[in-house]
Design a protein around this ligand. Structure first.
Ligand code: ARG
Ligand code: ZN
Length: 865
């Protein structure tokens, strides 16, 4: 029987008909298939609906169903391709289900699958129903026991959730292990790993003195790349104790790194499974950015042990309950382990560059969505990062201490439960005393609010007029008035504070704020640190921005003032290009500001690098009704060249002073120096200054680390010729056996502005050595083309769109999650100038006419709606 894809609605929630108390799983891993025997202790749930019971299941063979030990005949149950229906059940019973799976041919990377020498699982959101028939929903929480049996030589390591309680030899050549997880959990947190793995081990002693065994497993030979992750894990464990009094609750915590993984990582109880890209970090193969990312993802997954596992989601509409909160905790952790200003700047950039476009496009959805067809399409930047920003707003309004207490209260009150975002907000109100009635709109309404601030100044009275409005989003034509916390401060032109930083709540359509005894002129610094995820327009003058850039007490605001100055000039350049006029020059304010910055380097060099970085092309596109890819790219490159030529001497001095000289360490100061060096080198290369190729070659040849190597290769992207070819060739030979490094090479292969990037991408995709079943490879090559080389991808003849659509169709047949993510790249065609939009739309129509997975169809339909 074939089931049609069904749209699920949040308001249709019904409690489960049956609850599962315990699950005993037995995995019999054989050469070509795996047999799974599941024994469930089931009881009817009085709160749930009566009638037949649905167990989810797909992509496997049902061998046997028994109730209280008695086999069911084939006509005693109903089987469709996504479910098993049982009827006339006793109120308490034991259910036995035997299924047969084929992990070797499972390329969807959900359920049980192979990644190299490793058999592993990915169950969130609904992968468990590819392992056995089960009520695959997070509000069914059971205690799991898992027995794994496999060939001892091929799979010496056998792992599952919880604590290992038994292990030993089975029949000749085989062995087994039994794991018991004492905590009831939803099946999406189940995990199993079997393989021939290398490992590094350590221990952690918790605040109350319990010793926890820690380990990172990976395919042999990669162990040296895992120490940074293990170190990050210990930091995260200590941080959660110090910050939220949260102590780890099992005897062991394991991380397994696998090469084939759809996302970043997964927080399975006691047995996290990670994409190697989020574990491996060695100076010779990973950049500073990679080191930071590994640290933060390890912490993120660890933090889920409480925010997600101990307290989980009632249903998947509540995903942000665990993801928004865990991302927020990850952000706090990152800020405590790096430069606070620069870390926040990176978060702000992510919101503006990725979340705002999503919120203004066809896929816009609330942080708590109202409906979905395929849940995997809702692991979005909105649910994750905007969700984290909502929590950050609550934390700002409550104050750090009250907020921390409220989180503790929430975790205590709901320990062991599957709850809702509403439960979280209520817990916040109970402890902080905040009234969040109006604030709740943030969870239910999509779209980025626009805030405007204008100022009047008379007789030492400064009056600010704040107003808000929010554009319609698909399915939500009318927007409410949001409760928007806006952080404000006022300075004089010399930078002394006239009004200290304060948080005002814009909770009306318009609001006036009056400051008395403020002498003129006054410079208003608003939305400091992005205190709310909104787009701000403000009547600040160029002089105000130059002043804030130099004097604001908050580094994020200094950076933001620089962004506004750059943006004004960039927009003027885009307009000039579109009108075929000569480009405007840099302008006095901007020149003066950069001059000052380059004459007196901020001690935080990473901040200096950020302050010299122009808004991204995506960011520039956000300012337009329709995106003109070529004009925007042209403008950004032209402005970089203007800056490069005007400040050639200063940038050369900056690069010279920060050129690599000591051996690599990953710390804030050293990473900041490398960042500013790479930035200066990039400007000089783009400007084509004399001797730059030789300089890049020296940096590359003498580098003892990947960050400096990438700085040289990144700069050479602007310098076609023998040097670049030689170094790229050397890079490919040197790192041929490091797939994650070769991903960097793939990105470089398609991102140079002078090459035929689409032809290049097609050639690489057709290379027999290219593993197109691996998501990291696809992200590097296709992501590198679409996002890393927009002008080449959006070429006029539509060859870029044709290539992407060809690949989506090929990939959709085996990995729908990956294909759907790629389809999302052309879904927002209406945001683009018709020159591009028509081609993107044609690509969507071609997809629409093909046979597609539910995942990809949902994305295509949103684009064509
Ligand atoms: N819960 C994981 C995290 O830490 C993400 C898993 C997403 N999986 C998926 N198939 N969509 O963010
Ligand atoms: Zn997460």
């Amino acid at each position: 029987m074939t089931d049609q894809p069904q749209r699920q609605y949040r308001l249709d929630y019904r409690p489960p008909a049956y609850l599962v108390d315990t699950v005993a799983l037995d995995f019999d891993i054989q050469e070509n298939n795996t047999q799974v025997t599941a024994q469930l202790a089931v009881a009817r749930n009085v709160a749930g609906p009566a009638g037949p019971w649905r167990l989810d299941g797909r992509g496997m063979r049902l061998v046997r169903v028994a109730i209280d030990g008695a086999d069911l005949a084939h006509d005693a149950y109903e089987l469709t391709d996504t479910a098993l229906w049982l009827d006339n059940l006793p109120s308490v019973f034991e259910l036995t289900i035997v299924t047969e799976l084929d992990p070797e041919t499972n390329l969807s990377l959900e359920g049980l699958y192979r990644s190299g020498a490793i058999l592993c699982t990915q169950c969130e959101a609904t992968g468990f129903s590819r392992i056995t028939y089960f009520p695959d929903r997070p509000d069914v929480m059971a205690r799991f026991t898992t027995r794994i049996e496999a060939d001892a030589a091929r799979y010496p390591v056998l792992l599952s959730n919880g604590n290992c309680t038994q292990a030993g030899m089975a029949q000749p050549g085989r062995h087994y292990a039994i794991y018991e997880d004492p905590f009831a959990k939803p099946c999406y947190l189940f995990a199993l790993v079997a393989g021939d793995l290398g490992v590094i081990r350590d221990t952690y002693t918790t605040a109350s003195g319990r010793e926890v065994a820690l380990a990172v497993f990976t395919e042999h030979g990669n162990e040296p790349q895992c120490h940074h992750a293990l170190d990050a894990l210990k930091k995260a464990m200590a941080w959660d104790e110090a910050t939220y009094d949260l102590e780890y609750d099992l005897d062991q915590f394991f991380i397994v790194a696998v090469g084939s993984f759809n996302m970043g990582a997964m927080e399975n109880k006691g047995l996290n499974i990670f994409n190697t890209a989020c574990v491996f970090a060695h100076p010779e193969t990973a950049t500073d950015g990679d080191f930071a990312r590994v640290r933060d993802v390890v912490a993120h997954e660890y933090f889920h042990n409480y925010t997600g596992n101990r307290v989980t989601c009632r249903d998947w509409f509540q995903l942000s309950l665990k993801e928004g909160l865990t991302v927020y905790r990850e952000h706090q952790f990152a800020i405590d382990h790096g430069s606070p200003g620069v870390t926040r700047i990176e978060q702000v950039r992510m919101i503006r560059d990725i979340q705002f476009p999503e919120d203004g496009g066809p896929r816009a959805h609330p942080v708590r969505p109202d409906s979905y067809i395929e849940m995997n399409n809702f692991y979005t930047i909105t649910v994750y990062e905007k969700g984290a920003e909502l929590i950050r707003m609550i934390a700002q309004m409550a104050g750090r201490e009250a907020f921390t207490d409220a989180v503790k209260h929430y975790l205590h009150k709901h320990d062991g439960q599957a709850v809702t975002i509403e439960d979280f907000v209520v817990a916040m109100e109970e402890t902080t005393g905040l009234d969040l009635a109006q604030f709740r709109h943030w969870y239910s309404h999509a779209g980025t609010p626009r805030v405007a601030i204008s100022q009047q100044h008379e007789n030492n009275t400064l009056t600010l007029t704040l107003s808000q409005s929010t554009p319609a989003t698909p399915g939500q034509p009318n927007k409410p008035v949001f409760d928007i916390p806006i952080s404000l401060a006022v300075f004089d032109t010399a930078g002394s504070q006239q009004v200290p930083p304060q948080l005002v709540r814009l909770n009306h359509a318009r609001k006036k704020i009056v400051y008395k005894d403020v002498p003129e002129p006054a410079v208003v610094s608003a939305l400091r640190g992005l205190s709310a995820p909104v787009k701000l327009t403000q009547d600040t003058t160029e002089r105000d921005l130059v002043c804030l850039m130099a004097h604001d007490s908050d580094p994020v605001s200094r950076w933001d003032a620089a962004q506004s100055l750059y943006m004004t000039h960039l927009l003027a350049c885009v307009d000039a290009i579109r009108a075929d006029h000569a480009l405007p020059g840099l302008g006095d304010g901007l020149s003066q500001a950069i001059t000052r910055l380059l004459a007196d380097w901020p001690a935080d060099r990473a901040l200096l690098a950020e302050m010299l970085t122009l808004p991204s092309t995506i960011q520039i596109g956000e300012a337009f009704e329709r995106i003109d890819v070529a004009a925007i790219d042209g403008a950004r490159r032209a402005v970089r060249q203007q800056i490069g030529s005007r400040f050639e001497e200063e940038l050369t001095a900056l690069a010279t002073a920060h050129a690599p000289r000591s051996t690599y360490v990953f710390d804030q100061d050293a990473a900041g120096r490398r960042a500013v060096f790479a930035l200066a080198l990039g400007y000089l290369a783009e400007t084509g200054v004399e001797g730059i190729e030789a300089w890049c070659r020296t940096v590359y040849d003498e580098a003892d680390n990947m960050t400096d190597r990438m700085a040289a290769l990144g700069a050479l992207q602007y310098c076609p010729g023998a040097t670049r070819d030689r170094l790229l060739g050397d890079f490919a030979r040197r790192f041929a056996n490091e797939p994650l490094v070769m991903d960097k090479w793939l990105r470089l292969q398609v991102s140079a502005p002078d090459i035929d990037a689409v032809a290049q991408a097609r050639a690489l995709l057709q290379d027999p050595a290219f593993d197109f079943t691996n998501p990291n490879r696809l992200r590097a090559l296709l992501g590198g083309l679409v996002r890393g080389n927009a002008p080449a991808f959006h070429r006029a003849d539509g060859a870029g769109y044709a290539l992407l659509v060809d690949e989506i169709l090929r990939i959709d047949a085996f990995n729908p999650q990956m294909a759907a993510a790629l389809a999302g790249l052309i879904a927002p065609w209406q945001r683009y100038d018709a020159r591009y939009g028509q081609g993107m739309r044609a690509g969507l129509s071609r997809l629409d006419g093909a046979e597609l997975s539910d995942n990809t169809r949902e994305i295509v339909a949103s684009g064509l709606a």
